[in-house]
Design a binder for this molecule. Structure first.
Ligand code: B12
Length: 222
């Protein structure tokens, strides 16, 4: 629970955040984020417990064809409105860098919400992060990792049609004979620990907190 926020208040604030996403209302999402900040709610908790479950629910409705792409896009806009206020408040990490992580969403995939949360959490925990954005070519991940001497490459993929690019990154590193220099961690909706093993990656992050633990392990291993 966030420090100094009563359980009942916290529930209300979380509900306001979720309701704003579920009603596709960017103005309400911004207002709910401002209120959460004012009341001292932990920004990461607000994202992971308030906003994320709501966008997941929207995704399920989309899958069942209860809503269509315009609503999905409006919900994503509302999510962005809240996150643009909350993400900068995740405290920045210590001055000493634990190492560089090159992160991005793979080619053909423009989903960025989860990747942005992970990116901010890694920064907050002392990693230097080079965020390549979305729809990133396999070669771009590897080129940047070599240029910035990154210990870790993080690849996000949200669609069954794009997760194959995570394997391409591992294979590309191998073909360039630099596989051992850069650990690869993967994540995103349809990915699993099994998938990570199957493609020869070094780990899977289910959410931002487990990803930080994983990254801490991977930098120590090197
Ligand atoms: C929001 C959203 C959108 C938004 C994206 C906005 C944006 N700027 O990101 C918009 C509206 C643009 C969109 C578009 C599309 N979408 Co969409 N979208 C979603 C939705 C509802 C939520 C995704 C999300 O943000 N989740 C919340 C975050 C916090 O969760 P997360 O991404 O999983 O991230 C967490 C972990 O996975 C992990 N993680 C994430 N990345 C990484 C990276 C690393 C390295 C690690 C270690 C961990 C990690 O940590 C994160 C934090 O906890 C999902 C539904 C769902 N259940 O996923 C569909 C979904 C992913 N979309 C889907 C589809 C089909 C599309 C479209 C093709 C629709 C269309 N017909 O055009 C397009 C894709 C266009 C493209 N080429 O990419 C399908 C994919 C189906 C599939 N399995 O292939 C889904 C599953 C919806 C569904 N149920 O059908 N979408």
């Amino acid at each position: 629970m966030s420090k100094g926020v009563k359980m009942a208040d916290e529930k209300k604030l979380m509900k306001a955040l979720a309701d704003a996403i579920l009603s596709y209302d960017s103005a309400a999402a911004e207002a709910a984020a401002k209120e959460a900040i004012k009341r001292g709610l932990d920004p990461l908790e607000a994202i992971e417990k308030g906003l994320s479950p709501a966008i997941e629910e929207v995704g399920k409705k989309f899958e069942k064809m209860e809503i269509y792409l315009p609503e999905l896009m409006l919900a994503a806009d509302a999510m962005r409105s809240s996150m643009s206020l909350l993400l900068p408040l995740i405290p920045k990490g210590k001055a000493l860098s634990k190492g560089t992580v090159v992160i991005g969403t793979v080619q053909g995939d423009i989903h960025e919400i989860g990747k942005n949360i992970v990116s901010n959490m890694l920064m907050a925990n002392g990693f230097e992060v080079v965020d390549l954005g979305v729809d990133v070519k396999t070669s771009a991940f590897v080129d940047e990792a070599r240029k910035s001497n990154a210990k870790i490459i993080g690849a996000s993929a949200l669609m069954s049609s794009t997760i194959g690019s995570q394997k391409d990154i591992v294979d590309y590193l191998t073909s360039m004979k630099v596989r051992k220099k850069h650990a690869v961690m993967v994540g995103g909706g349809p990915t699993t620990g099994e998938w990570s093993k199957e493609i020869g990656a070094d780990g899977w992050g289910e959410d931002a907190a487990t990803t930080v633990k994983l990254a801490n392990r991977l930098v120590k291993r090197k």
